[in-house]
Design a protein around this ligand. Structure first.
Ligand code: NAD
Ligand code: DAU
Length: 349
């Protein structure tokens, strides 16, 4: 059996990647290493937690001896690295937490992989999952390509850019077999409700204000999370060693327009009068250094690996809303306790 380490598998994207690999590759032993921060939730994995080819390990990627031991114990042939601090607003409040996990944690993993594999790199693969935010902010024209120069603008994107540089440096210096992808905004089931879409779904449900930063004119390129997991599968198995792949939805939306569409869907599903939830839209102070537009050119992965998004956006958003309306316990669990403290501080309620 091939043993593969997936980090951050209890988080939003990670749980969809773990599920896909556990269900699709019965000859792989999938080890999910997660610290279970506020963003990690084992409830995301209840449907697969007792499968024979799945193991959960609670631990911190910043703990170097622990990670070294894990490589010895499980003899990993591959790593898919998703563990990170992922929320831009939190990075503005506490940049060092992002340096620790995203930079030091990634370098720890690289060191352990390098030490374990240095005698024989054959068949090994270190896959680093990154973000389109490393490329900075676009104006109304143009797209991010794989060779767009890095220009990160927030502590979060600076930490992810730094981790990408370390991954490439280990490929160059130690010949570690790496592959990197940079993806646009994901949406879908299991996303922690600090991010725009699940936060608005939760607030519409509870008739609370929908906080839109600035004028709501910032643009993001949205991709359904299961399509990202499919891309990760393709890149892990078919991506060329040393390459980078941009992953995106070919699907740009202004924040205000996406929230209006969400209001329409929620009103219909909740049996509210048309346009009722739009009354909750509230323009609030802009995010500091708010990137204007992200837009991915995903033609390389489309042409070279045959990947493309499988869902139309409206269909994906309907599925997402249905999931949140059906999974009330999940939402209640993650929005109780420390979430409330974060929310009150961030939005000064
Ligand atoms: P998330 O915040 O939902 O999950 C992160 C997971 O990492 C959590 O389960 C958390 O417990 C775990 N974790 C955090 N610190 C850890 C540590 N020190 N040791 C072990 N585990 C730790 O994040 P996400 O949205 O699922 O993003 C996953 C990855 O994909 C990140 O690297 C992120 O930068 C990248 N990414 C996210 C998006 C997006 O739209 N969400 C888009 C592109 C790329
Ligand atoms: O582009 C990929 C990135 O997408 C990932 O690397 C990050 O991990 C992920 O969090 C996401 O970053 P964003 O900052 O784009 O996502 P967020 O959901 O926080 O915000 C989306 C847009 O909505 C952004 O322009 C800010 C705005 N926004 C966000 C929140 C939380 C609001 O207007 N109000 C809000 O309350």
């Amino acid at each position: 059996m091939k043993s593969i380490l997936i980090t951050g598998g209890a988080g939003f994207i990670g749980n969809h990647v773990v599920r896909l690999f556990v269900n699709k590759y019965h000859d792989y032993q999938i080890v999910n290493l997660d610290k279970l921060t506020y963003a990690g939730n084992l409830e995301n994995l209840e449907d697969i937690h007792d499968k024979d080819n799945y193991t959960f390990v609670k631990g911190d990627i910043c703990d170097a001896p622990f990670i070294d031991d894990l490589f010895i114990k499980y003899q990993f042939e591959g790593v898919i690295h998703l563990a990170a601090e992922s929320h831009v607003d939190r990075s503005i409040a506490d940049p060092l937490a992002f340096v620790n996990t995203n930079v030091l944690g990634t370098v720890n993993l690289l060191n352990s992989a390098n030490a374990a594999w240095k005698e024989d790199m054959d068949g090994k693969r270190f896959y680093h999952v990154s973000t389109d935010e490393v490329y900075g902010s676009l104006g109304s024209e143009g797209f991010f390509l794989e060779d767009t120069p890095y220009d990160p603008q927030s502590p979060y994107s600076a930490s992810k850019a730094s981790s990408d540089h370390f991954v490439r440096a280990y490929a160059n210096t130690y010949k570690l077999p790496v592959v990197i992808s940079n993806c646009s905004n994901n949406y879908g089931p299991n996303q922690f409700p600090e991010k725009l879409l699940p936060l608005c779904i939760n607030n519409i449900k509870h008739n609370k204000p929908l906080p839109i930063y600035g004028k709501g004119e910032n643009i993001r390129d949205w991709l359904f999370v299961v399509d990202h997991a499919r891309a990760i599968d393709d890149i892990y198995h078919k991506g060329i060693i040393g390459s980078t792949y941009n992953v995106g939805g070919f699907n740009e939306w202004k924040n205000i327009d996406i929230v209006r569409l969400l209001c329409d869907i929620m009103d219909r599903k909740l049996g509210r009068p048309k346009d009722k939830s739009k009354e909750l839209i509230t323009f609030v102070k802009d995010r500091a250094g708010h990137d204007m537009r992200y837009a991915i050119d995903a033609n390389k992965i489309k042409n070279d690996l045959g990947w493309e998004p499988s869902l139309q956006f409206e269909e994906g958003l309907e599925k997402t809303v249905d999931w949140y309306l059906e999974n009330t316990e999940w939402l209640e669990h993650v929005t109780s306790g420390s979430y409330q403290d974060y929310y009150d501080k961030q939005y000064k309620a």
